[in-house]
Design a protein around this ligand. Structure first.
Ligand SMILES: C[S@@+](CC[C@H](N)C(=O)[O-])C[C@H]1O[C@@H](n2cnc3c(N)ncnc32)[C@H](O)[C@@H]1O
Length: 241
């Protein structure tokens, strides 16, 4: 398997800035993450692709939910997360030497699984499966391809000239992508990930979604998550071993 790339060189403060400048979206996402994490007692948690550790710190401070270990390949984010007191290993999901049957919860927050090469994802999820205790859960939190935000971001990624068109550019102003080239290397629908998790052996699925507002209005209010995956620009899949 390949060594994870650092996609965020020169953008080390990005996630802390977004937390500050789009705080309602951040809060909606934190509520979503909390809802997904608490379908049962979260137990020993591994966070994969933790970025600057903003969510891991808030889970600890707001809810007393402790993340045992965070994996993060980007050197700048590792430094930032460590400065928040988190236990972070500089590694991608493919690179970690997973202990067998150890974790109760493995969480990918903020589409971090969308940075793993398509041809490495299934094998990585199988290693996640092996590392979970029986009854343990995996959580995939994503901006799905088919969501309002996903459609827009994928279009900007595939057709960068859209950024020069004011009508399209302004649609992003109310999102966390107001000031940056949106980028996620691998995009799939929620159903694609559900089928992949089923193939690996996961079952007992539940789904939560938030930020149902259209892109220009995403940061206007904090939204409570609701069940399902067919509307939100942010969706969490929870599945059990
Ligand atoms: C959009 S950011 C989300 C960060 C954080 N979880 C959040 O929600 O704020 C995606 C993260 O995935 C990380 N990442 C990239 N490749 C990865 C890989 N192969 N394995 C795990 N994480 C990866 C990136 O460095 C980045 O921190």
């Amino acid at each position: 398997m390949g060594i994870a790339k650092d996609y965020f060189v020169g953008n080390e403060d990005l996630l802390d800035v977004v937390r500050r400048d789009r705080s309602n979206i951040y809060e909606s996402r934190l509520l979503l993450l909390h809802r997904a994490l608490t379908t049962k007692a979260p137990g020993t948690i591994l966070s994969i692709g933790a970025g600057a550790g903003t969510y891991e710190l808030d889970l600890q401070e707001r809810y007393g939910i402790h993340v045992e270990l965070s994996l993060e390949p980007s050197a700048g984010f590792v430094q930032s997360a460590r400065s928040k007191g988190l236990n972070v290993l500089q590694a991608g999901a493919q690179d970690y030497d997973y202990p067998e049957g150890f974790y109760d919860t493995i969480v990918y927050n903020g589409s971090s699984f969308g940075f793993i090469e398509d041809d490495e994802l299934e094998a990585t999820l199988r290693r996640n499966w092996e590392s979970l205790r029986p009854g343990g859960r995996i959580i995939l939190q994503d901006v799905p391809l088919e969501s309002a935000l996903g459609i827009l971001l994928k279009a900007f990624q595939d057709f960068p000239e859209l950024a020069e068109n004011k009508d399209y550019r302004e649609l992003l102003d109310g999102t966390v992508f107001y000031d940056l080239p949106p980028y996620k290397p691998f995009w799939h629908t929620t159903r694609y990930y559900i089928e992949l998790l089923e193939k690996v052996g996961f079952s007992n699925f539940s789904y939560f979604q938030t930020v149902l507002a259209n892109p220009p209005y995403e940061d206007e209010t904090v939204e409570e998550p609701i069940e399902g995956y067919d509307k939100g620009s942010y969706v969490a899949i929870v599945a059990e071993k």
